[in-house]
Design a protein around this ligand. Structure first.
Ligand code: IMP
Ligand code: MG
Length: 188
């Protein structure tokens, strides 16, 4: 998965790292695994981390066969572009999660800071359980040991966009995961 391919025919977008079809197949797998694991345990609260997780959350949640509820939380760890910073809570959940099974749905785990912060934040609210699901993880960059229970793909340390992921709010709605070349990240 290190060699990016050309974008789909007709598109001039970023080169493909993970195709639309590969993502779809993986999401189907994850959804059946999650449905199996939570079967008979009552409602699961899916906590989507805005904005990046909105596409995965939409696709994943519609393939689950267990009772579920959708909630959103917004965090920021990067101002714009790719410079790392502190994690900030921008928008909290609207409902209590005490006694609930919580599944955090994230777009990407890079340093692990964001997910670590979120687990601590929600753990303090006494849920019945907390698990995590992430579309991609940059293995080489992992600084914090954060457990990802349901992982889409491990990827190399490149800047990826599409399927919810952005660079300075660009490319979120690409149907595939593409790689942004370093020269396209300049100008910030
Ligand atoms: P972490 O706290 O370092 O794990 O960073 C996680 C957050 O950084 C994600 O939720 C994204 O918002 C952002 N991020 C890190 N790497 C990428 C990338 O390659 N593309 C898009 N966003 C990224
Ligand atoms: Mg995110």
């Amino acid at each position: 998965m290190t060699n990016a391919q050309s974008p789909p025919a007709g598109g001039g977008g970023p080169p493909v790292l993970i195709s639309e079809e590969t993502i779809r197949d993986r999401v189907v797998d994850l959804a059946s695994q999650i449905s199996r694991d939570y079967r008979g345990q009552g409602e699961v609260v899916l906590v989507g981390v805005l904005k990046g997780a909105f596409v995965l959350l939409a696709d994943l949640s519609r393939r689950l066969t267990i009772p579920r509820r959708i909630e959103f939380i917004a965090l920021s760890s990067y101002e714009t572009g790719s410079v790392s910073g502190e994690v900030r809570l921008e928008m909290d959940l609207r409902h209590r999660v005490e006694g609930k099974h919580v599944l955090i749905v994230e777009d990407i785990v890079d340093s692990g800071q964001t997910l670590h912060y979120l687990i601590e934040l929600l753990q303090a609210r006494s849920p019945a359980s907390i698990r995590t699901c992430a579309l991609v993880r940059k293995l080489s960059r992992a600084k914090l040991e954060v457990q990802v229970d349901y992982l889409g793909f491990d990827i190399p340390d490149v800047w990826v966009v599409g399927y919810g992921l952005d660079y300075a709010e660009q490319h979120r709605t690409l149907p595939y995961i593409g790689v942004l070349e370093p020269e396209e990240q300049s100008g910030e």
